[in-house]
Design a protein around this ligand. Structure first.
Ligand SMILES: NC(=O)c1ccc[n+]([C@@H]2O[C@H](COP(=O)([O-])OP(=O)(O)OC[C@H]3O[C@@H](n4cnc5c(N)ncnc54)[C@H](O)[C@@H]3O)[C@@H](O)[C@H]2O)c1
Length: 247
């Protein structure tokens, strides 16, 4: 029970990797606030956790809005008495080759993936620094190595890495660690939205020759959120079946 008496907020907990992470943290004792702009998805995952004997609450939260981020943190404090773990997992893609990529797609992806991660960190750090304890886990992507059609997404995720390293330094004196997971192709709605022929090509190029299961990324989120990783901060860990090796 690595998360006994711990309270966590997981963003994008309404589906995919975020739902798997919320379930994993709860299964190890955490009280989990499932935050998602898809209120129904978040409520469903929270209800599943409770039905399995865990503690959870759901909150509608668009991470690109400061007030929503503050409300998600407040929910954790009000409902469960604190905040120890933040997993910034919410993310979107709006793909297109750079020469035609609309400004709207650039802005949407940067607003959710990068600004949203920053805003959630900013809301959570106030509680964590005050109590001299915290584990923040952000989510980048193997796309930071470069991926045609994803200039906006790759830039946003590369930004998340710079943010992670900087916050790791700023928050270190308060014993708040900040790390980042970089998943490769993972079997969720996001990756399943990729056209079949491109998907097959991507999976064929992965050294382990398969997608990750959301639970495999959740396991890494949970490790970095736990005290097993107490002396790790400012790091990026790829969970990508070997895709980044030699890339
Ligand atoms: N699936 C992959 O292949 C893959 C690969 C690398 C990185 N990732 C990253 O992993 C994370 C999870 O992705 P996933 O594959 O589970 O995708 P998903 O689409 O299944 O889940 C994303 C969740 O985030 C929520 N969300 C989106 N925008 C939001 C916002 N503004 N505020 C709050 N919630 C919001 C969605 O409602 C959804 O529940 C993302 O950050 C994604 O970029 C995924």
């Amino acid at each position: 029970m690595r998360f006994k008496d711990r309270v966590a907020v997981v963003t994008g907990a309404g589906s995919g990797i975020g739902a798997a992470t919320a379930r994993r943290l709860a299964s190890e004792g955490a009280a989990v606030v499932c935050a998602d702009w898809n209120e129904e998805g978040a409520a469903k995952v929270a209800a599943e956790i409770e039905a399995a004997g865990g503690r959870a609450a759901a909150v509608k939260c668009d991470v690109s809005r400061k007030a929503d981020c503050d409300a998600a943190v407040k929910k954790a404090v009000d409902a469960f008495g604190g905040l120890h773990v933040l997993v910034n997992n919410a993310g979107i893609t709006r793909d297109g080759f750079a020469k035609k990529l609309g400004e709207d797609k650039w802005d949407q992806v940067l607003a959710v993936n990068l600004k949203g991660t920053f805003l959630m960190c900013q809301s959570a750090m106030l509680v964590m620094m005050e109590r001299n304890y915290g584990r923040i886990v952000n989510t980048a992507s193997v796309a930071v190595l470069g991926n045609p059609g994803q200039a906006n997404y790759a830039a946003s995720k590369a930004g998340v890495i710079g943010l992670t390293r900087t916050l790791a330094l700023e928050l270190s004196r308060n014993q708040v660690t900040v790390n980042c997971v970089a998943p490769g192709a993972t079997d969720t709605a996001m990756f399943n939205g990729v056209p079949d022929d491109i998907k097959a090509k991507i999976v064929g190029s992965i050294p382990l020759k398969r997608m990750a299961k959301p639970e495999e990324v959740a396991a890494l989120h949970a490790f970095l959120a736990s005290d097993d990783a107490a002396y790790i901060t400012g790091q990026v860990v790829f969970c990508d079946g070997g895709s980044s090796v030699g890339a």
